[in-house]
Design a protein around this ligand. Structure first.
Ligand code: ZN
Length: 151
């Protein structure tokens, strides 16, 4: 278990240090801003949703703590190429992973790399850092010009 923990930690640190999909997206047709007042994390998300409700490209910018940055990096990596319904399902699972019953083992495996945030549930104050990018993604997919907040 300690090894797994170390692995999770190193993935989060790596994505914080070298965030994937960081920057602006020229042809974005959806966007949203996210803010987590508890920690001060700010996120701006831009994506392209095609006619088949598939996210063909996605980028983010912003400033936040290591967990929020790594979460946005891993979330964008996950979301690219996924359909709206796949994303909504994973979003629910991810939320359950962070807030639900810690004994439900199967969920973390299904989530692949996103499971690195499973340790965050031991730190309730940081759960919102990890879910901010997903709240923002939901706002962008829902309609567009909204500010998502974790409150
Ligand atoms: Zn944070």
């Amino acid at each position: 278990m300690d090894n797994l923990r170390d692995l999770y930690q190193s993935v989060i640190l790596d994505h914080n240090k070298s965030p994937r999909n960081f920057g602006n997206l020229e042809d974005a047709n959806r966007s949203a801003e996210g803010y987590n007042p508890l920690c001060g994390d700010k996120l701006s998300l831009q994506l392209i949703l095609d006619d088949d409700e598939c996210v063909v490209d996605i980028r983010f910018t912003g400033m936040g703590c290591a967990i929020s940055t790594a979460s946005a990096s891993l979330m964008t990596e996950y979301a690219r190429g996924k359909t709206l319904s796949e994303i909504l399902e994973t979003m629910n699972r991810f939320h359950e992973l962070l807030t639900g019953n810690p004994n439900e083992q199967g969920e973390a495996e299904d989530l692949g790399k996103l499971a690195v945030f499973s340790g965050v549930r031991e730190f309730p104050a940081r759960v919102k850092c990890a879910t901010l990018s997903w709240h923002t993604l939901q706002a962008a997919l829902d309609d567009g010009d909204k500010v998502a907040t974790t409150e």
